[in-house]
Design a protein around this ligand. Structure first.
Ligand SMILES: Nc1ncnc2c1ncn2[C@@H]1O[C@H](COP(=O)(O)OP(=O)(O)OP(=O)(O)O)[C@@H](O)[C@H]1O
Ligand SMILES: [Mg+2]
Length: 336
């Protein structure tokens, strides 16, 4: 391997470094199917994930979370930006290298078997990619081991996914990811379809696996209460952009962006009083990402919107140590 191609794997270097990522889906119209407009699904997103760190990515439906997860793996052709995995730009590597990287970044979806052959047994579902990738003759042993790690039994190998409950199926999905010894796992609404008690079990499992194996985590969810339990840092997305990013604690205790405040206020809480001072109610729906509002994209729903919020887009600033926000309430004064 040439020197300039060497990966950075030091503990103080990010596993994932996303810089100004954009994904604009073309909308075609008319007889000639010309590009008439774009869906600005992801519109300038930057973040880093450090070794062993869990970053939560939250926001309402349609704000671009899943698109971030997919374009990271170049499952879509990105519009702009860079994604560096251990220092190497995923968008610039050749096909063989991209495939190698894709083994080390695993995605767990809401329904991990929706796109898979229902006639495959757990053994193949969990072991196939590992077997093909490594050529390991003893691949069944690997399957057995990862199934044990997620709390399933060796005899489950011979069964089919439909024989399992939702929570068990998600465990199989986790085993499948784990079999590849990933360095980064992207969980996209991985527990969203499960009952609350099962959600907690699966989250605890993911948390302990993370401790044991040391992988990094991008945990995507529209549900803030789910992310709160597992994330070290949280990024809040609104209409294709990150509007706030901070440690889990700072974000939930002192949210700076009115959008984050509203999302937190919407989470039902057992502890009375904790959110008593927050009264922000999120009005209306997320506007269309085809024609996002001018200035601050949140201004149409923001209870604190000022005149210049309609015209000037706020930039991301470090308002407090390691607490980033893009909001005119916390930025340098506008020049108008
Ligand atoms: N392949 C695609 N082609 C065109 N538009 C797309 C495509 N995929 C997603 N979009 C649009 O991009 C925007 C962001 O979608 P995305 O699925 O990333 O949101 P999300 O935050 O994951 O939402 P949810 O919480 O519902 O999963 C939406 O307006 C969606 O309709
Ligand atoms: Mg999604």
């Amino acid at each position: 391997m040439a020197v300039q191609e060497e990966e950075t794997t030091a503990a103080d270097q990010p596993v994932l470094d996303v810089r100004d990522l954009k994904m604009h889906f073309p909308l075609r119209a008319g007889l000639l199917k010309r590009v008439a407009n774009f869906v600005y699904a992801v519109d300038g997103v930057s973040f880093k994930i450090m070794p062993g760190e869990t970053l939560g990515l939250v926001g309402e439906s349609g704000c671009g979370k899943s698109t971030v997860g997919r374009v990271l793996l170049k499952l879509y052709e990105p519009t702009a930006g860079e994604v560096r995995f251990h220092g190497r730009n995923i968008f610039a590597v050749d096909e063989a290298e991209l495939n190698r990287i894709r083994q080390r970044i695993q995605i767990i979806f809401q329904d991990p078997f929706a796109s898979l052959n229902p006639r495959m047994r757990v053994k193949e579902l969990v072991g196939e990619a590992y077997r093909v990738h490594t050529g390991d003759k003893d691949w069944e042993k690997n399957v057995e081991q990862v199934l044990k790690k997620v709390g399933l039994q060796p005899e489950h190998m011979q069964r089919y996914p439909h024989e399992f409950s939702g929570g068990q199926r998600q465990r199989i999905g986790i085993a499948r990811a784990l079999a590849m010894s990933p360095q980064l796992i992207i969980a996209d609404e991985a527990v969203s379809a499960l009952d609350v008690s099962i959600q907690a079990q699966v989250i605890n499992l993911l948390d302990s696996l993370k401790e044991e194996f040391g992988f990094s985590f991008l945990f995507i969810s529209h549900d803030l209460s789910v992310v709160e339990h597992i994330a070290d840092r949280v990024a809040v997305m609104y209409l294709g952009k990150i509007v706030e990013m901070a440690s889990d604690r700072n974000l939930y205790q002192t949210p700076l962006h009115p959008y984050t405040d509203a999302l937190i206020a919407a989470v039902p809480r057992a502890e009375a009083g904790r959110r008593a001072r927050r009264k922000t109610i999120l009005r209306g729906d997320v506007p269309s990402p085809v024609n996002p509002p001018s200035g601050c994209r949140f201004h149409t729903r923001c209870p604190k919107a000022m005149d210049h919020c309609r015209v000037e887009e706020p930039t991301m600033i470090e308002a407090r140590p390691d607490h980033w926000v893009a909001c005119h309430l916390h930025g340098p004064m506008p020049h108008d």
